[in-house]
Design a protein around this ligand. Structure first.
Ligand code: B12
Ligand code: SF4
Ligand code: SF4
Length: 378
């Protein structure tokens, strides 16, 4: 049965397949509890809401006995670190430069599930990302790689650029691959490069500080202390993955769905800042970016504009001071303050009095204080 499932999964397009018990170690479960207790999941309330189910696969499906773990390689052969210097362009993380991987993986896993049930009497359930399952520890147990100090799975076939998907079975099958020894050694490149110091310790991440969380999962204003550190990253972050020396094993993905789509890659911030709701939905149809919505996306774009030190951004930022969304207005005020103190002061005098939203009024005050110290509330 194992080789049948493996062959079918590879035929469906997955790049690597492994098998393991549908269980995670008690240390892993304890670490997840510590992560939640410390509040490191931030606004991702779904992580604490379904904690019980997340702790063990059997808590989600009592008949689960083993797991088929699949990897999909999404390497673009690009080094995202090079794009950090292009400050007038928005940097989207590698995984989001084309189609939404959830759909890609789920479709194929469902196919694999139907095939497995039709060929055997086995019951199956499929999962990718959104389900309360700890995918990385399962992939590690299935012998597909090791969890590095940056907390992601590293594959000796594909480096850092893989997605994980899981299919649970109600029968016992055992891994044919040996677990892979952790090969991080004394390296600490991922910890050192992190712009927001999001790793309290190696192998531990405080999601609240991670740019991936701040730009994607965090729905309200980005805390002021992180804004400058975002640079031009407007959706996700790849720094800790990109610096990892094990990317020497990365190879170009064979899946067109994951290769960078030209019109989504490296786009001018000025151009992005002008898109409205309709254009946003059209532009990011089928991409994971669509899920954050236009306002949150423009919030991220504005923070990057503020970090660009480029005065050509000013007219675009100015227009967004009058946007309907307070989320956008706050980011626009911040960006304007970063780009021109003179124009900021002029606009503040014009707009502060008419602003009804407390968060936005507060941003005028805080930015003013940052630029001058003290604020006259006229
Ligand atoms: C929540 C989540 C996030 C959060 C938190 C990330 C994280 N490291 O947990 C945020 C939004 C920040 C995020 C970011 C990213 N994510 Co994400 N994410 C998830 C999700 C949904 C759950 C992960 C989870 O359970 N985290 C909870 C903590 C406890 O887990 P952990 O870090 O793995 O914890 C282990 C150790 O770090 C350690 N530990 C953790 N905390 C503590 C605390 C103490 C005190 C101790 C001692 C130990 C310890 O023990 C744990 C068990 O081994 C998974 C999908 C899934 N269902 O598994 C995808 C997933 C992990 N993400 C993925 C990706 C691709 C990313 C990004 C690269 C996207 C991007 N480019 O922006 C970044 C990478 C950032 C990073 N360095 O991790 C992939 C990773 C694939 C791979 N090869 O590993 C996954 C598996 C999705 C998928 N289906 O492919 N993600
Ligand atoms: S994804 Fe970026 S912000 Fe998040 S931990 Fe890695 S380097 Fe830090
Ligand atoms: S950069 Fe170094 S420490 Fe970090 S995951 Fe890669 S090998 Fe491990």
């Amino acid at each position: 049965m194992i080789s049948g499932i493996e062959d079918k999964a590879l035929e469906l397009g997955f790049d690597e397949v492994g098998f393991c018990q549908a269980d995670i170690s008690s240390i892993t479960s304890k670490n997840l509890i510590k992560f939640i207790d410390k509040g490191r999941h931030g606004e991702m309330k779904w992580m604490s809401d379904n904690l019980d189910r997340r702790l063990k696969p059997v808590n989600m499906w009592k008949d689960a006995k083993s797991a088929v773990v699949v990897l999909a390689n999404y390497s673009n052969n690009q080094n995202p670190l090079h794009y950090l210097k292009k400050k007038n362009n928005g940097l989207i993380s590698l995984y989001a430069k084309n189609k939404d991987y959830h759909k890609w993986i789920k479709g194929r896993l469902k196919n694999l599930a139907s095939w497995t049930s039709s060929k055997t009497k086995v019951e199956v359930k499929v999962f990718v990302d959104t389900a309360p399952l700890m995918e990385k520890p399962l992939a590690e147990s299935a012998g597909l790689g090791w969890i590095g100090k940056h907390t992601n799975l590293i594959s000796k076939n594909f480096g850092n650029w893989t997605f994980i998907g899981i299919m649970l079975l109600n029968v016992k099958i055992f891994s044919r691959k040996k677990t892979i020894k952790n090969s991080c050694g004394s390296c600490s490149k991922c910890i050192d490069i992190c712009p927001t110091k999001a790793f309290p310790k190696p192998y531990e991440l405080d999601a609240r500080k991670c740019i991936s969380y701040l730009t994607i999962e965090h729905k309200s204003h980005i805390p002021r202390k992180f804004r400058s550190l975002l640079g031009n990253r407007i959706y996700g972050c790849d720094d800790c993955l990109a610096i990892c020396p094990w990317n020497k094993f990365a190879k170009l993905s064979s899946h067109i769905a994951f290769l960078a789509k030209k019109e989504l890659d490296n786009i001018s911030l000025a151009k992005l800042s002008s898109i409205d709701e309709l254009e946003f939905r059209k532009m990011y149809k089928g991409s994971p970016i669509k899920r954050i919505g236009r306002n949150q996306f423009i919030r991220n774009v504005l923070i990057a504009m503020g970090n660009s030190s480029s005065r050509i951004m000013i007219p675009h930022v100015l227009r967004l001071i009058y946007d309907n969304s307070p989320l956008v207005r706050v980011a626009a005020i911040w960006a304007l303050g970063k780009l021109s103190k003179k124009i900021f002061n002029f606009e503040k005098n014009k707009n502060f009095r008419n602003e009804n939203e407390n968060d936005v009024r507060n941003e005028w005050i805080l930015m003013h204080n940052e630029l001058e110290g003290g604020f006259k509330n006229k």
